[in-house]
Design a protein around this ligand. Structure first.
Ligand SMILES: [Zn+2]
Length: 431
C-alpha cells in the first residue's frame, strides 16, 4: 500500500472497425516523466503485451468494474480457506478493460504508433507500461527469475474497494498490492490533483516491490503464514518488523527504478503526485535523501510492545521503513554501488543456503517465537548477501547509527566487520 488511509466501471468502446495489432512489441504513446520532470506523451514500446486493447500481457492483466469488500463481520469469511477467501472478498470480478487508440504514423520512422484516445486509455496503458518497467527493474537489477513473476497478477483498475471497518464508501487516492488476491488495485482519485498514481512510475514500482516481497519473502502465500501467526499475538514485534521491511524496501526499490528512467534518480518520487495537495507532507516524510533520520526511543519501544493493529494504525511501518530505506540509500550512494546493493537486497528475500538464510527462511525458523526475529536478525540477510566489504561496512554503519542496532549484536551475529563502528549523526537511545 502506498500510504495509510483509511466506480467507475471502465467500459470504453473501441473505435469502430479497426482493432489494433496486439502482439508485442507494440509502439504506443504513454504519459511519462521527461528529463525535465514533466509528464508528457512519450513514444515507447510495450515488449510484454499480448492484448493491447484488453491490456493483458506477461506482467499484468487489467480488469475494470470490480467490487472488492473487506468486511470482518461478513459471515462468509468465517468459513473461508486460503483457497476461497479471494472469492469471498471479490464481490464482482469485473471484466477486461477496453482501451481506445488512434493509430498514427510517426513522421521520423514511418512506423505506426497507437495514441490513446481518451483519459482512461492514457491512464490504463501507462499503468501497464509502468508495470513493465518495474518488472524490468527486478529482472535486470534484482536478478529475479521470470518464473517468480508467475502467476500473472491482475490489476484492478478503478475498482470499488470498500474496507467496511473504516468506511461504507469506496476508498480513493491509493495504489495497493493486495496479497490475498495476488493483485494490484489502482483506486479512483479524488483529492490528488497532480499526476494520478498509476502514471507515477515510482508509485507502481513501489507496489510491484510488494508483489516481489510476497513472492519471495512470503513464498507467494496469499495469507503469509509468519505475518498472520505473529499478528495474532500481542505484542507482535516480528509482524511489526516484517511490515516495516516490506514498506521500506518498496520505497527503496521504487527509488532504484527511478534511476533507470529518463528523469533520473529521484529520492522524492512522491512529489509529482502528492505535492500541493492534502498528502503533501508524505513527500517529505518519505524523502530518502534526508541524512538526519534517526530511530527514536518511542518508535523502538512501539516496535517491541505494540500489536500489529496499533503499529499499523499509527503508520509506524512507514516510519521504520523510511529509516531502513534512507539507510540503504545513503550507504549505496556513498559507496557508489547502488545497483549492487539493490540486487543484494532482493537476494536476501529467499535463500535456502544454510550459511546465508533469506528473510523467508528466518521467519520459518522462528515461526513459534517471534521475539527471536528482532531487528538485527531481520536485517542480517541483507548484510550476508553483500559481498563487497566496503559496501557491507557502509550499510553496517548506517544500521548502527540511524537504526540504532547495537554494534555488538551485529558482531555476535557475525554479519558486520569489526571495522564498522557506526556514525555520529544519531543520539544513542539506549543510554
Ligand atoms: Zn506500500
Amino acid at each position: 500500500m502506498l500510504r495509510t488511509v483509511i466506480t467507475a466501471a471502465v467500459g470504453l468502446g473501441l473505435a469502430a472497425g479497426c482493432a489494433p495489432d496486439s502482439e508485442a512489441p507494440v509502439k504506443v504513446s504513454v504519459l511519462a516523466r521527461s528529463s525535465n520532470g514533466q509528464y508528457v506523451p512519450t513514444q515507447v514500446e510495450l515488449t510484454t503485451i499480448e492484448d493491447v486493447v484488453g491490456l493483458k500481457g506477461t506482467v499484468g492483466d487489467l480488469q475494470g468494474g470490480a467490487r472488492i469488500v473487506i468486511d470482518i463481520n461478513d459471515p462468509a469469511l468465517n468459513n473461508a480457506t486460503e483457497e476461497t477467501v479471494a472469492d469471498v472478498l471479490l464481490k464482482k470480478s469485473g471484466h477486461d478493460v477496453k482501451a481506445s487508440y488512434i493509430s498514427q504514423k510517426d513522421e521520423k520512422t514511418g512506423e505506426d504508433v497507437l495514441w490513446p484516445a481518451d483519459f482512461h486509455s492514457w491512464n490504463m496503458v501507462t499503468s501497464y507500461y509502468n508495470l513493465e518497467r518495474a518488472n524490468e527493474y527486478f529482472r535486470v537489477v534484482g536478478n529475479v527469475k521470470t518464473a517468480d513473476f508467475e502467476p500473472v497478477p491482475k490489476l484492478y483498475y478503478f475498482p470499488e474497494f470498500i474496507q467496511a471497518q473504516s468506511s461504507k464508501d469506496p476508498a480513493r487516492d491509493n495504489a495497493i498490492f493486495y496479497p490475498v488476491l495476488q493483485s494490484f488495485m489502482v483506486l479512483p482519485f479524488d483529492q490528488i490533483q497532480r499526476a494520478p498514481l498509476p502514471l507515477n512510475a515510482a508509485v507502481m514500482a513501489h507496489e510491484y516491490s510488494h508483489l516481489v516481497f510476497n513472492r519471495l519473502a512470503y513464498a507467494t502465500q496469499s495469507l503469509p503464514r509468519s505475518l498472520s501467526l505473529w499478528a495474532q499475538e500481542s505484542p507482535s514485534m516480528g509482524a511489526n518488523i516484517l511490515k516495516g521491511l516490506d514498506e521500506g524496501l518498496a520505497d527503496y526499490h521504487a527509488y532504484g527504478a527511478t534511476c533507470r528512467s529518463p528523469s533520473g534518480c529521484d529520492p522524492r518520487f512522491l512529489a509529482s503526485s502528492f505535492d500541493g495537495g492534502p498528502f503533501s507532507a508524505v513527500t517529505d516524510e518519505r524523502d530518502l535523501s534526508r541524512g538526519d533520520r534517526c530511530m527514536s526511543a518511542l518508535l523502538y519501544t512501539n516496535m517491541l510492545n505494540q500489536d500489529l493493529g496499533g503499529w499499523s494504525g499509527a503508520g509506524n511501518e512507514y516510519k521504520l521503513g523510511t529509516l531502513l530505506a534512507t539507510a540503504l540509500y545513503q550507504a549505496g550512494r556513498s559507496s557508489g554501488q547502488e545497483a549492487v546493493l539493490q540486487r543484494a537486497v532482493v537476494a536476501s528475500y529467499y535463500d535456502t543456503t544454510p550459511a546465508t538464510p533469506g528473510i523467508f527462511q528466518l521467519t520459518e525458523l522462528f515461526l513459534g517465537d517471534q521475539t527471536r526475529f528482532e531487528l538485527a536478525v531481520a536485517l542480517s540477510p541483507i548484510l550476508t548477501h553483500i559481498t563487497d566489504l566496503e559496501l557491507k561496512k557502509a550499510v553496517c554503519n548506517e544500521f548502527i547509527d540511524h537504526l540504532q542496532i547495537p554494534r555488538g549484536r551485529l558482531q555476535e551475529l557475525g554479519v558486520c566487520p569489526a571495522s564498522a563502528t557506526g556514525g555520529a549523526t544519531c543520539p544513542n537511545i539506549f543510554q
